[in-house]
Ligand binder design. Structure first.
Ligand SMILES: [Cu+2]
Length: 187
């Protein structure tokens, strides 16, 4: 290889390298613009749904009084579960639901921010005092699922556990005949 040929080769290599560097910079700039757009778009849009409640009066009246907590079978066959989180437990501590049924979880906090996470599922929501968290869920298989509080809520946080028990649909319908609210606390 002559000196001239190797000089020529180095020039080609430099040009190719510059071209790839330009492409890499364009990709990075595009990704930054997309991230900025997505972030700005999200903060400028209103939240799809905000429902408030008075945390100091939860136990006195309204949807989250103690007698209304637990699972209710709706006339259309769906189930609504109402629960509250407080330092350091969930009420009810054992949530009873049927399998193969659309379930709406409605929950809030009586004091500080807590979280509900149902292990082995993608159900995970924060309980913020003053706001109602609503989450749709459905269980295909029966069994027990652990439900820890997933937001650090002070010194007793690690002891804040609940459970979700999924039972057979017909069994649940049977137990729901009395029109009351169901749970599996103490069972
Ligand atoms: Cu908690």
């Amino acid at each position: 290889m002559s000196a001239e040929e190797s000089h020529h080769g180095a020039e080609i290599a430099a040009r190719v390298e510059r071209r790839w560097a330009t492409i890499a910079v364009i990709i990075i700039v595009m990704m930054a613009l997309l991230a900025a757009f997505a972030g700005i778009h999200r903060v400028t849009m209103p939240q799809p749904r905000v429902e408030t409640t008075d945390p100091s009066r939860l136990h006195l009246s309204g949807e989250f009084v103690e007698a209304n907590l637990g699972s209710a079978l709706e006339p259309n066959g769906a189930v609504t579960v109402r629960a509250i989180g407080q330092q350091y437990s969930f009420t009810p501590a054992c949530i009873l639901v049927p399998a193969e049924t659309p379930i709406t979880l409605r929950a809030t906090s009586a004091d500080v921010v807590h979280g509900i996470l149902i292990q082995g599922t993608n159900i995970n929501t924060m309980l913020v005092p003053g706001y109602v968290s609503e989450q749709l869920m459905r269980f295909e298989r029966t069994g027990d699922y652990l439900m820890p509080c997933q937001e650090f809520c002070s010194f007793g946080h690690e002891g804040m556990w609940g459970k979700v028990r999924v039972i057979d649909k017909a069994d649940f319908a049977d137990r729901a005949k009395g029109d009351g609210r169901l749970s599996c606390v103490g069972q």
